[in-house]
Design a protein around this ligand. Structure first.
Ligand SMILES: Cc1ncc(COP(=O)(O)O)c(C=O)c1O
Length: 394
């Protein structure tokens, strides 16, 4: 068998794994920039802030003083303990450090959770619209993601009632994300408790993605860890702590799963990044938190500017986002096709946003996600460009 195309043919699973659309838009944006045009980047889920200085300094000190060997697959013990203290102090939930597992970003945590719980053919219920990689983690393992269409009536969140309605004999897991990407909405603690009760009744697992915790405006989110130690909770140093490129996250897992996840993590990752773990030890220091809280206030100011500005342009924002840094806007009054709209807006007006297609099959053509990851002056520029673009089209 010497034909290269045949020898390197794609595994069957690749037929079901779509490109991450936001990365495609970013590539197109770079091409537009290479042609000399300025682009306002509102596509990628990553704010313009750099990693806080105390965290960077901690990394530098560690590089000088610590051996950069593998750590335990579960993570550095002092970091696991520091994370456990956050749950006690910030959320008033007692979580033993033995249930905290440090991971290579929440992406690794999601893969590990799915990997130890889902067999081929098992179904996981998730909100649609939702974060696209979750579907593809499931598919990579041969499991089946079942998107449950959600809308403004449930603040774009899965409820126990919806989960019950979409339950099948193959359902093994329910997943929520709070605040959600792309909608920035939160699930209420009552709803988490109902979902936990439902998964117990049905013999399935509940997993809560809390990676945007810390980035909520006007309220502090409560953790799904409150609902019981059988709930898997996933979090990350990427978003609130602004460490996307360091690739570090964590998970809280039921005591029964610690060893199983350790074994899979040893095999898939050996250990999370050692330097990133030493850096993360500085994340909870008061001087780091002071920097991060200032940035949270800045993100809130951007949100308060952007939501009414988008509405004045003709976008609909049925539920005002309370967290993360996204507005999931209804663009159906402006275009029948959000995919073509996002591309035209980028090429003709120099504003990059993500079409709804990335987030599922629930009316993606009516929606775009706009990330307020740029300073207000740049958001003002984007709004002015969109206004001129729409005027030219009408
Ligand atoms: C909802 C959600 N979960 C998980 C991730 C993965 O983040 P990381 O692997 O950087 O922790 C992202 C990234 O944007 C996200 O939006």
């Amino acid at each position: 068998m010497n034909d290269v195309a045949e020898r390197l043919r794609a595994a069957a699973r690749m037929a079901h794994i779509e490109p991450f659309e936001v990365m495609e838009i970013q590539t197109l944006a770079r091409e537009v920039e290479a042609r000399g045009r300025d682009v306002v980047h509102l596509e990628i889920g990553e704010p313009d802030f750099r990693t806080p200085r105390p965290v960077v300094e901690a990394a530098k000190r560690a590089l000088d003083s610590e051996p950069m060997f593998y750590t335990s697959a579960l993570g550095l013990q002092p970091l696991r303990e520091a994370i456990a203290r956050v749950y006690a102090q910030r959320y008033r939930v007692e979580v033993p450090a033995s249930r905290v597992i440090v991971t290579a970003g929440s992406s690794a945590a999601l893969l590990l959770a799915f990997g130890v719980l889902l067999d081929p053919g098992d179904e996981v219920l998730l909100a649609d619209p939702g974060y696209p990689c979750n579907r593809n983690f499931a598919r990579t393992l041969g499991a089946v993601p079942r998107g449950v269409p959600v809308g403004a009536a449930t603040r774009y969140q899965l409820t126990a009632e919806l989960a019950r309605r979409h339950w099948s004999p193959a359902t093994r897991m329910v997943m929520v994300a709070s605040p959600s990407n792309p909608t920035g909405t939160l699930v209420t603690p009552d709803e988490v408790a109902s979902l936990a009760a439902l998964t117990r009744e049905k013999g399935a697992a509940l997993l809560a993605d809390e990676i945007y915790h810390g980035l909520t405006y006007g309220l502090d989110a409560r953790t799904a860890a409150e609902a019981g130690d059988d709930v898997l909770v996933i979090n990350s140093f990427s978003k609130y702590f602004q460490m996307t490129g360091w690739r570090l996250g964590w998970m809280l897992v039921p005591p029964e799963l610690v060893r199983r996840i350790e074994v899979l993590a040893q095999n898939l990752f050996i250990s999370p990044s050692t330097v990133a773990q030493h850096a993360a030890l500085a994340c909870f220091a008061p001087e780091t938190i002071a920097i991060l809280e200032e940035r949270r206030a800045e993100l809130d100011a951007r949100r308060r500017f952007l939501v009414p500005a988008l509405e004045s342009l003709g976008f609909g924002v049925p539920v005002v986002p309370q967290g993360a840094f996204y507005v999931y806007a209804d663009c159906s009054r402006l275009t029948p096709d959000s995919f073509a709209f996002a591309r035209e807006l980028l090429v003709e007006a120099g504003v990059a946003m993500t079409p709804g297609k990335d987030f599922g099959a629930n009316e993606p053509e009516r929606h775009v996600r706009i990330a307020y990851t740029q300073p207000i002056a740049r958001l003002e520029e984007a709004v002015a460009r969109i206004r001129r673009f729409l005027a030219r089209k009408s």
